[in-house]
Design a protein. Structure first.
Length: 499
């Protein structure tokens, strides 16, 4: 009964007129972001963080969540019609979705993508609601010892599951932790790594760093890329799929939803892991694997379902433990901190309307996506004609206004521009900056819980191994370290990087 009471409370919050409006704004912006290749939800949310400062916490989180899963949906539109993934997670959809479009089945592919996303979103919302209460109850039993071990596990998992070099990812995590420690030491009152700059005595402001390194840097890099795109020329018909199409796609939807729901919870899993895994599974289970890459409807249904399910279940560790599963969830933690809310296991008890309002809004937002997006296909495709050279000056202007407005401080603008140059450098040298953001957000929590654990244990490091939950978490960390040095895993990572 408690679950139904919480869902009713969440629906009452999500269905308030102002929250419905912000949910609609979020999914529309998210779809537009997903349609425009190269921008993606991480830069978009980083750029929009300052504009949520004056909103009520439920409205801000509902809008940001809508941007996230709206972008997952919007990316499929350009993947199918243009063969250009609007978002990283839509790369797989290009393989069969665009082939279907070239065969005159663009409407069917778009409809299956929309229905798969809605089905997965509905199931993932139920999964979040069911798992949130027991996980939150377990998390309340955590002391500083267990919480420190959990944070270490999250950071190491982010390194293991991130694409590219392990050494580079680990270096980025450590750099993020160091940046998170800038400012006045809480215990001693001594300044750390401030270099005499008074503006950073309270620490580096999260928003300018995120906006510069993940927003402006990515958009600067996009200016170098060619923007020649060719839309499938024939008119889009058959937006209502046939019974045969639905029967062929439904098993893939179910499998993709189940797989995405599990992989979305993994720390550091990223947006590409669920759809790629789903596509590989469907190809393995197919009676005729040669159909894949030539317009197989399962190659659209499975990855799109996995994509949306993974996007939504990545909120589970955030809402129950205060641990971000990926870089985008780290931005969500930044949004909560801007609202004066400390993320952690206590958030479900202290802010039930916020948590359950966000959970219920996910189903509402997915219903909005299904209803409004298929009729607006022409609008989304026409957005592809907007050149980046026109978008870029407007984005920079809004970034500067938003960053300055946070504290009426010009230093934040310079910090954002400096981080944009650093982020652009990371892109050019092939370093993934997402682990840095996780380190930046989790670094202060890591230090705080380590110090508290050492204080309670009188400096005895063995306390981390004597507590059963902490020892289990650290054992998982050790297994992940072994995976990093295991030759087969290293080869697979190198192959993923080569792609």
């Amino acid at each position: 009964m408690e679950l139904f009471d919480n869902l009713l409370m969440g629906l009452s919050t999500a269905l308030q007129l102002n929250n419905l409006l912000f949910c609609l704004i979020g999914v529309v912006i998210g779809t537009a972001i997903g349609v425009l290749p190269g921008i993606g939800p991480i830069p978009a949310i980083a750029l929009l963080l300052p504009f949520t400062f004056g909103l009520a916490p439920p409205s801000a989180m509902i809008m940001l969540a809508g941007i996230f899963y709206g972008a997952q949906y919007g990316g499929s539109t350009t993947a199918i019609l243009v063969n250009v993934p609007g978002e990283t997670s839509s790369v797989v959809t290009c393989l069969d979705g665009h082939e279907m479009a070239k065969q005159g089945k663009a409407g069917t592919a778009l409809a299956i993508a929309a229905i798969s996303s809605f089905f997965a979103g509905t199931v993932a919302t139920i999964v979040i609601a069911v798992l949130s209460l027991p996980l939150a109850a377990l998390a309340l039993k955590f002391t500083a010892v267990e919480y420190f071990s959990l944070l270490v596990l999250g950071l190491i998992a982010a390194v293991v599951l991130a694409h590219g070099s392990v050494a580079k990812s680990l270096a980025m995590v450590l750099l993020g932790i160091l940046l998170g420690l800038v400012g006045i030491d809480v215990n001693s009152g001594a300044p750390r790594m401030t270099f005499g700059i008074p503006e950073i005595s309270d620490g580096l402001d999260f928003v300018p760093v995120a906006m510069g390194m993940f927003g402006l840097a990515e958009i600067i890099a996009n200016l170098e890329r060619p923007a020649i795109m060719r839309v499938v020329s024939q008119s889009i018909r058959n937006l209502i799929p046939s019974g045969a199409d639905l029967r062929a796609a439904f098993p893939a939807m179910v499998r993709g939803t189940m797989l995405g729901s599990v992989l979305g919870v993994l720390p550091g899993g990223g947006a590409a892991l669920p759809p790629f895994s789903s596509y590989a599974l469907e190809k393995k289970l197919a009676r005729d694997p040669s159909r894949f890459g030539k317009g197989a409807i399962e190659g659209v249904a499975g990855p799109e379902a996995a994509n949306n399910a993974g996007a939504q279940t990545s909120f589970i560790p955030l809402l129950t433990l205060g641990i971000p599963a990926n870089a985008l969830m780290a931005l969500m933690i930044g949004a909560l901190m801007m609202q004066g809310i400390q993320p952690g296991p206590q958030i479900m008890r202290e802010q039930p309307q916020l948590v359950w309002g966000v959970i219920a809004s996910m189903w509402v937002g997915n219903l909005m996506l299904l209803v409004i997006n298929l009729p607006l296909i022409g609008v989304w495709v026409s957005m592809l004609k907007i050149p980046y050279r026109l978008l870029f000056p407007a984005i920079v202007l809004f970034c500067c206004i938003g960053t300055f407005g946070l504290a009426n401080n010009l230093f934040n603008v310079w910090l954002m521009l400096g981080c944009a140059l650093i982020g652009y450098f990371f892109i050019k040298v092939g370093v993934e900056p997402a682990p840095l953001l996780l380190g930046l957000v989790l670094g202060p929590q890591l230090e705080e819980n380590f110090r508290r654990a050492m204080l309670l244990a009188d400096g005895d490091f063995s306390v981390f191994l004597r507590r059963p939950i902490s020892a289990t978490l650290l054992a998982l960390v050790a297994v992940l370290f072994l995976l990093m040095v295991f030759p087969a895993i290293r080869r697979s990572r190198q192959e993923a990087l080569a792609e």
